[in-house]
Ligand binder design. Structure first.
Ligand code: PNS
Length: 162
């Protein structure tokens, strides 16, 4: 039977750190479903369609990855997609508290689904979608930290197109 994992997040936008975790995850799982949280109550820079499109373009050469969207509880979506695990990336110590809380609540809600943490490459340890957006907003060069399509979209959003 195929081992499927869910890789959830807001992905607003996807960064090279996310892609690094996905690639590491594919050494453990046969298939990974990237699950983008669709929560109209949460303010995102990119709408759900833009986020799906950026993910599709960034991962078009990785057939073992599928892109999906979800609302409601993550464990319910994981069960619906027959996933045995939730994949999360871990950067520095600051990630730990929130990730620990999320993993334990998800375990409480569904004991059959395991959370698997993978360490990102040292190269991406200080990168997050938020800090990328902040740098891009003020014209900072982030081109080596995000897929090409994301760099382009950020420039369009902030009106900093060359
Ligand atoms: O990487 P992010 O943006 O912090 O991802 C957070 C995410 C999407 C994993 C988390 O907010 C989530 O799973 N939301 C869905 C609701 C849910 O199931 N919450 C956890 C148990 S209450």
């Amino acid at each position: 039977m195929q081992k499927v994992a869910i890789y959830p997040g807001s992905f607003d936008p996807i960064t090279n750190g996310h892609i690094d975790i996905l690639k590491r995850g594919l050494t453990l799982f046969d298939k990974i479903i990237v699950a983008i949280l669709h929560n109209p109550g949460k303010k995102c820079l990119f709408d759900i369609h833009e986020r799906v499109e950026m993910l599709e373009q960034s991962l078009k050469d990785t057939p073992q990855v599928e892109i999906g969207t979800f609302d409601g509880l993550l464990v319910d979506y994981a069960k619906q997609r027959n996933a045995c695990a939730i994949l999360r990336g871990m950067r520095a110590v600051s990630d730990f508290e929130y990730e620990f809380q999320l993993a334990l609540m998800n375990r409480h809600l569904n004991r059959k689904i395991q959370t698997v943490f993978l360490m990102t490459s040292f190269r991406w340890i200080y990168i997050s979608s938020s800090i990328i957006k902040e740098a891009a907003q003020f014209g900072g060069n982030i081109e080596n930290m995000v897929p090409k399509v994301v760099n382009q979209k950020l420039k369009e959003k902030f009106g900093t197109v060359d």
